[in-house]
Structure formats: structure tokens, C-alpha cells
Design a binder for this molecule. Structure first.
Ligand code: URA
Length: 212
């Protein structure tokens, strides 16, 4: 996208179709989660498009042949707690050998700065590929801080996947991390005064976990 060179919006009709139901406030919690799983799988297909492949020899029932594998044991999914958990099932279904490494952040009410409250220790992060996931890229504050944390741990190859992005969040994120590509199903209009994305889909965590 010209305005945001690091952003890829996956405009596939199937994704747009499912996103329509995800946005609809009358969609049930059960259906919402099922749709997040489905769109999560479709976005995973797109975000993993350039993963390197290694040649391996396989014996079919008829003959030996050269096939190709991704390095799935060195692929780390990083869900940003809590809403990022919504994407984990679909990615694990597609890539069962991937590592899931959670990052927990909240926004301090006084300073408005993101505070990290949970991380996992990682081995050889420089040799791994990371996909950070959060359905909503709103202000971008937590996403920037979470990638700061990954990079400080030694991670180099990082992608960010979300369902809906706000221009404000994409701008902040791209400025802080121009080397981290963003994959989204939609780029929405703007944030409201409470930092919710418009038109958006509401609070993704609340709708996933029934806390609203
Ligand atoms: N987080 C959400 O869940 N929804 C928004 O609109 C913004 C941030």
C-alpha cells in the first residue's frame, strides 16, 4: 500500500465476506470465534507466503522424490495477550510444530505507556522467525513495545498479523519498526477518543471471551 509501504491488506473476497460477519454486533460469541479462526487461517496462508523452504527426500508408494518443508520448529507465534490468543488455534491447526510464546502487556492508566507483565524465555531467537498476532492494531503502542521486547531479546525476522488496523497504529508501528511487515484483513478509518477503531468490530478480547 502506497501510503503505508510496510502494510499488506489481504483483500481476498472470502476474507472480506467473513470480516463482514465479524464486524456485525449481532454475531454470536460462538460464531465470532469460528470466524476469527477461519480468517486467522486465511491470513496465515498469506503471511507465511515467503517462508524459506528446505528440500527433503520422500519416498512415495511409487518412488523417491524431492519435496519441500518449512522450518516449522523455528517458527514462533507471539500472541499479544489477551486478544491475540484468538489467532492461536488457527495457526496451530495449520502449523502444529510452531512455538507459541505469549507476551502480556497492559496500558498504565497514569502514564498511558504499555507495561509488560508476562513474557516467555526464548532460545536462539536470532535463528527463529516470529509472527506477532493481535486482532486489532489500534494506537500501535503495545505492538511497538512488544516488538521492542522481541528485538531486545535478539529476534530479527518478525512479521505482524492483525485483523483490523487503524491508520494511526500503522503509522506509529511503521515508524518504530520499518523492517517488520504488517498483514491485515482491513485498514479502517480512524480511532475514536477512546482509542477504539472505527468502524472496527468493538473490543476483540471482550467478544472472544464474553467479558463485555
Ligand atoms: N482493541 C480492540 O479490541 N478494539 C479496538 O477497536 C481497539 C483496540
Amino acid at each position: 500500500m502506497k501510503q503505508f509501504p510496510t502494510l499488506t491488506v489481504t483483500n481476498h473476497p472470502l476474507i472480506q465476506h467473513k470480516l463482514t460477519y465479524i464486524r456485525d454486533k449481532s454475531t454470536s460469541k460462538r460464531e465470532f470465534k469460528a470466524l476469527i479462526d477461519e480468517v486467522g487461517a486465511l491470513l496465515t496462508y498469506e503471511i507465511t507466503r515467503d517462508l524459506p523452504l528446505t528440500a527433503v527426500e520422500v519416498e512415495t508408494p511409487l518412488q523417491k522424490t524431492e519435496c519441500h518443508k518449512i522450518d516449522d520448529r523455528n517458527l514462533v507465534i507471539v500472541p499479544l495477550l489477551r486478544a491475540g490468543l484468538g489467532f492461536v488455534d488457527s495457526i496451530q491447526d495449520l502449523i502444529p510444530n510452531c512455538i507459541v510464546s505469549h507476551v502480556g502487556m497492559y496500558r498504565d492508566h497514569v502514564t498511558k505507556e504499555p507495561v509488560t507483565y508476562y513474557t516467555n524465555e526464548m532460545h536462539n531467537p536470532g535463528e527463529k522467525s516470529f509472527i506477532m498476532v493481535d486482532p486489532m492494531l489500534a494506537t500501535g503502542g503495545s505492538a511497538v513495545a512488544a516488538v521492542d521486547f522481541l528485538k531486545a531479546s535478539g529476534a530479527r525476522d518478525i512479521r505482524f498479523m492483525c485483523l483490523v488496523a487503524a491508520p494511526e497504529g500503522v503509522e506509529l508501528f511503521a515508524k518504530a519498526h520499518p523492517d517488520v511487515p504488517i498483514f491485515a484483513a482491513a485498514l479502517d478509518e480512524k480511532l475514536n477518543e477512546d482509542a477504539y477503531i472505527l468502524p472496527g468490530l468493538g473490543d476483540a478480547g471482550d467478544r472472544l471471551f464474553g467479558t463485555n
